[in-house]
Design a protein around this ligand. Structure first.
Ligand SMILES: [Fe+2]
Length: 158
């Protein structure tokens, strides 16, 4: 857990989008999707690209790759920086999830509900499968969907 967080920290401060990453985005997303994607912070763009590349190795299928690239799109309206995130992770742990009740606070809401927020952002431009994956990528009560399981696994690993 701690080691994972430390790795995440270094990934966060050193992330940048390479030419290769840009080509990957070009071939995987259409114009509308790209416009949304580039609203993510650089760190979130990189995270999403890494998730998509890992997912692709297991399941090379258009919808799941799109979902991997767009899974955190619900974060575009509220920027969570590294400190916000660390505080939220710690508070969530200490309060055993009770922090959720403060979801009127924008940042808390975004942390817990960015799957749903992403769903609403994408609902007019994506198909059911992509929407399902984005909406539920942090939903622990659904564990019998193969593609969702793959997305969750590589989201955690990155
Ligand atoms: Fe997420």
């Amino acid at each position: 857990m701690i080691k994972g967080r430390i790795n995440q920290f270094f990934k966060y401060v050193s992330s940048y989008i390479s030419d290769d990453d840009k080509l990957y985005i070009e071939k995987s997303l259409n114009t509308n999707e790209k416009e949304l994607f580039y609203k993510l912070s650089i760190h979130e763009q990189k995270h999403s690209i890494n998730v998509a590349r890992d997912v692709e190795k297991i399941c090379n299928q258009k919808d799941i790759i799109k979902a991997a690239l767009l899974h955190d799109i619900g974060k575009i309206y509220v920027k969570l920086n590294l400190i916000d995130k660390s505080i939220l992770v710690i508070l969530d742990f200490i309060t055993k999830g009770k922090l959720k009740r403060l979801s009127k606070l924008k940042k808390v809401n975004c942390y817990y509900n960015h799957g749903d927020i992403g769903y609403y952002i994408l609902k007019d431009i994506e198909n059911e499968e992509v929407l399902f994956l984005v909406k539920n990528h942090h939903n622990n009560s659904i564990n019998n969907n193969l593609k969702l399981n793959i997305l969750k696994k590589y989201d955690d690993k990155n």
